[in-house]
Write a protein that binds this ligand. Structure first.
Ligand code: NDP
Length: 326
């Protein structure tokens, strides 16, 4: 093996709620996990403000602070947490090979993938400017802050439909911006939107700019793509619900995934199609995408890794000897 190669029993990729929870369980089970954080240590929650729906924080907590708590708890039991980005993997034989930052190879008996997903954004400069100050990609996380106010949501899929009805319960009015003259969402979800009186649907409507006073959002400039007529809708919140992209590109060709890239795991399990490789959190969950559900599957992944290591001890020991002698 080269100097830049090391072997670990349990390698965790990703540092959101799924990755850190897997690390807490794996470390307490004495698997001596090594966790690579990825480019955004702490994951998506480090980009939100208050988190009020994670049990155990009765007063709520700031997203970055909560992820710092997760990290400390994982470290307390001996997780080796490292800043680094996985650039490629080779799951063709045991032990699994994972390349970090293009130069270091880690071989691992078990790999827990917790690389998460990223919300898709419109790509407007003003959207970035007001992110966290009225602009959000998560209605369930941030809708509460706009109680009784007027908000807008862009998107026309199931997520947008679900989030619009969620927001409608809290907000005075929800403007739904749909770029075509029809929804993509299922009929059932569309019906819920269409029968919610305080949702106003703006078809053929594209977002041009998020308008603000320099600190907070005050409106959204939209254009009708048939007439090109521009208007500013006064809102204090702007929600983007145009889909998520799981961070799974590096696993293409190795792991089964759906057409969007969500990793497919066996029913009631985090086991992927490759033995010893487990997937948890938003990288394999397109439906719930909550911190608490990610933490839950992170726990499952660590427990499954532990069981796998115990059951396969002899095979894995043999594979390590073969690898060293290569
Ligand atoms: P989708 O990819 O299904 O929908 C994305 C929506 O965003 C589309 O309506 C699309 O418009 C719109 N969009 C994309 N880019 C832009 C843009 N630049 N400007 C304006 N609009 C844009 O993503 P979802 O997150 O809604 O759903 C992902 C998957 O998860 C789906 O399979 C969905 O069924 C599933 N899901 C299921 C739920 C449930 O069953 N309860 C809940 C949530 C999600 P256009 O239609 O014009 O392309």
């Amino acid at each position: 093996m080269s100097e830049e190669t090391e072997h670990v029993s349990c390698l965790i990729i990703g540092s959101g709620p799924a990755g850190y929870t897997a690390a807490i369980y794996a470390a307490r089970a004495d698997l001596k996990p090594v966790l690579y954080t990825g480019i955004v240590p702490g994951g998506q929650l480090t980009q939100t403000t208050d988190v009020e729906n994670f049990p155990g924080y009765p007063e709520g907590v700031m997203g970055p602070e909560m992820m710092e708590d997760f990290r400390k708890q994982a470290e307390r039991f001996g997780t080796d947490i490292r800043f680094g980005y996985v650039t490629s993997v080779d799951f063709s034989s045991l032990p699994h090979k994972v390349v970090i930052d293009e130069h270091k190879t880690v071989t691992a008996d078990t790999v827990i993938i917790a690389t998460g997903a990223s919300a898709k954004w419109l790509g407007l400069e003003s959207e970035q400017k007001y992110n966290g100050f009225g602009v959000s990609a998560c209605a369930v996380c941030d809708g509460f802050f706009f109680k009784g106010q007027d908000v807008a949501i862009v998107g026309a899929g199931d997520t947008a439909a679900e989030e619009a009805t969620y927001l409608a319960k809290l907000c005075n009015k929800v403007h739904m911006l749909v770029r075509r003259d029809e929804f993509r969402a299922s009929k059932a979800m569309q019906n819920r939107v269409l029968h919610t009186p305080n949702i106003e649907i703006h078809y053929n409507t594209e977002t041009r700019e998020i308008v603000g006073d320099g600190q907070n959002v005050t409106g959204v400039k939209v254009a009708n793509n048939q007439t090109q007529a521009e208007t500013v809708i006064p809102v204090t919140g702007f929600f983007v619900a145009i889909g998520h992209k799981p961070n799974t590109d590096i696993f293409k060709g190795w792991l089964d995934m759906d057409e969007t890239g969500y990793l497919i795991t066996k029913p009631d399990s985090t086991q992927t199609n490759i033995e010893g490789v487990f997937a948890c959190g938003d990288a394999q969950d397109k439906l719930w995408r909550q911190a608490i559900t990610a933490a839950g599957t992170g726990c499952m992944a660590a427990l499954e890794a532990e069981r796998y290591l115990a059951a396969k001890e002899d095979v894995l020991a043999e594979s390590r000897i073969v690898e060293v002698n290569k």
